[in-house]
Design a protein around this ligand. Sequence first.
Ligand code: ATP
Ligand code: MG
Length: 212
Amino acid sequence: MITIALSKGRIFEETLPLLDAAGIAALEDPESSRKLILPTNRADVRLIIVRASDVPTYVQYGAADLGVAGKDVLNEHGGTGLYQPLDLNIARCRMMVAVRKDFDYDSAVRQGARLRVATKYVQTARAHFAAKGVHVDLIKLYGSMELAPLVGLSDAIVDLVSSGNTLKANNLKAVEHIADISSRLVVNQAALKLKHAAIQPMLDAFALAIKK
Ligand code: ATP
Ligand code: MG
């Protein structure tokens, strides 16, 4: 049995065509089904539906053989025990620093003031500001980061941005680009060896189907 870990929403939607290229089709839609283990057209392949940030953990421990996870999530996880053979070029967005429109970020940084930064991406934020030599107090959040600067929880946020519409709607502006983000295929290192005959053809099919 090959188990593939995916999260609901954009990663599931954008992974479907890649699975299709490998001859794998989900028999149920996770948006309408309450099942967390979804059968496929292949008796030897199943999908499991997990939180986006839990995908690396399932694959690391071998509870899933393969998974699809954003670079944002992988950077926070650290990637231990994971082989990352393919950038799938899906779920593309950017990791950015954003502040209130009326906040003078450049002079705050220039003056060397301690910056309060709220984010779900604590490791990423810590590394980014350490590399710039900016002192920060990090505040861990689990979602809706855009709210933090509006109610005085933080000066800045580190968050994913795609269109920028959410920032705009909340009177925020992006002031720094940290990284380009897309999703990667992750593979359990032991599974790749033990189930090589089943996994390698999938990797080859995914590689051919990736949109540049
Ligand atoms: P949860 O909703 O379970 O807390 P999440 O918010 O991280 O998790 P999604 O919003 O579905 O889940 O994001 C899944 C992945 O998609 C992220 O890890 C990231 O790589 C990517 N992603 C997030 N936001 C965007 C976006 N606006 N545009 C494109 N890709 C995105
Ligand atoms: Mg979300």
